[in-house]
Design a protein. Structure first.
Ligand code: CA
Length: 437
């Protein structure tokens, strides 16, 4: 994926809030989302720019979009744009960058574009796409090893891990937009010292810090996607919280893997940051330690080895009910980097389609918990508290083994390096509600 004028770090927007050092949405980002505004009750595709949203449907009405993107820009979800493929994605990005750039948009045109702006404050962000299929992977070797140590101290990592990207099919219907409260699930769990399980509210509710990738054009059933072609099928990424009921999971996961411990809710952030926007932050794929097997040929490609990694900082913040009442801001629990993932996004996509399974525009691939080697880079409480045996102390004196009712989990992410404009992924938030009685 090549860099062009849209990545040029010195370029500025005529929307001043997009030039602020702290914004996650400068001219170089241009993420897509679906919003509802006060006056208009039809979901519209928007582009985040500073503290504003540029309404694509309104731009289409004024005939300001490239012809190839006009129909997709009018849709109430991003699926058609995702299906359109990289040539259309680039044409649209170049056009938006021109329209919003201070040096590339003449005054008369600027007035027209201004009429298509909506302040982010006061709008409601919806799910960005109709998600037909959701698959969650397990691509962090550090997460897999930490979790494996608790379950199997003698053999933390199962023998297939370094050969095959592990995943399972999740549930699309329970994916919710950031800000949607999540009810504590009920389910079966069995204490180690009891002979029978009980049914009741989950006691060990957890989050998982993940990146979600939206599929672009995809493949016909019975065909596959070669690794070299995979970037053309990856539209963009969001933050993803794979809420997890650990006590339910422990009892149900054998022999078929996650089920009700995971499918009650998955939260994603509203703005889809395109892989094109992230091009300046690509780098080598994770370097496998000496002695690890090379991936099989269908999971090997020189371009993916050289550029398959993503330098993305991903953080978890916690705001408890007590902190909220005291007017205290959220506390950062951990910070990791996506470059520590054992498998690249392209490898996950290619592996998923390698058996002829058809991936479709708007399908969502979860990366799996993003954990690094360091203790403060562990992406879930299960790992951070070693299954609750080492509780966390919060600044106000509270302790957590797992999540309490009223806790709000906030995922944040950004990409940053010298010589590039810093861009943000926004936030993925969810408050835990008490279990239904
Ligand atoms: Ca997960």
């Amino acid at each position: 994926m090549s860099l062009n004028l849209t990545h040029e770090p010195a370029r500025r927007s005529w929307i001043e809030s997009a030039n602020a050092a702290a914004t996650g949405f400068p001219l170089q980002n241009l993420p897509y989302g679906v919003f509802l505004s006060g006056e208009n009750h039809t979901p519209r595709i928007g582009v985040a720019i500073g503290d504003q949203i540029l309404n694509l449907a309104a731009l289409a009405e004024l005939d300001l979009l490239p012809a190839s993107a006009r129909a997709a820009g009018r849709q109430p979800a991003l699926n058609a744009l995702m299906a359109a493929g990289p040539a259309v994605w680039t044409a649209l990005r170049v056009r938006l960058s021109e329209l919003l750039g201070v040096d590339s948009c003449p005054a008369a045109l600027r007035t027209q574009v201004e009429s298509c702006l909506v302040p982010q404050t006061g709008t409601t962000m919806l799910l960005p796409a109709s998600i037909g299929g959701y698959t969650d992977f397990y691509a962090s070797i550090f997460h897999a090893t930490n979790v494996g140590k608790m379950l199997r101290p003698d053999q933390p990592l199962l023998p297939n891990y370094k050969w095959v990207p592990i995943g399972y099919h999740g549930r699309s219907s329970s994916i919710v937009a950031s800000g949607t409260p999540v009810r504590r699930p009920c389910g079966q769990s069995k204490a180690a010292d009891l002979s029978a399980p009980v049914f009741g509210p989950c006691k060990n509710l957890d989050y998982e810090l993940e990146l979600g990738a939206f599929v672009g054009p995809g493949n016909q059933q019975g065909t596959s996607i070669p690794l070299a072609s995979a970037p053309g099928h990856l539209f963009g990424v969001v933050l993803l919280n794979d809420w997890s009921a650990r006590d339910l999971q422990t009892w149900e996961y054998q022999p078929l893997g996650p089920f009700l411990a995971k499918n009650f809710a998955t939260t994603i952030s509203p703005w889809v940051v395109t892989l094109e926007a992230l091009a300046p932050f690509r780098g080598p794929a994770f370097a496998r330690p000496p002695g690890d097997p090379a991936p099989l040929p269908y999971l090997t490609d020189p371009a993916d080895v050289a550029q398959g990694g993503l330098n993305l900082t991903l953080e978890v913040w916690l705001l408890t009910r007590e902190m909220r009442a005291a007017g205290v801001g959220p506390h950062r629990l951990s910070s990791g980097n996506f470059s520590s993932m054992y498998w690249t996004l392209a490898q996950l996509l290619t592996h998923h389609a390698s058996n002829g399974c058809n991936l479709q525009p708007g399908d969502l691939l979860g990366s799996g918990t993003v954990s690094g080697q360091a203790k403060d880079a562990r992406g879930c409480l299960l790992e951070m508290t070693m299954r609750g045996t080492e509780p966390l102390s919060l600044p106000g004196g509270e302790e957590r083994k797992f999540l309490a009712d009223g806790d709000e989990v906030i995922l944040r992410g950004h990409a940053e390096r010298p010589g590039a404009r810093r861009i943000g992924l926004g936030e993925c938030r969810g408050v835990v509600l008490p279990a239904a009685t």
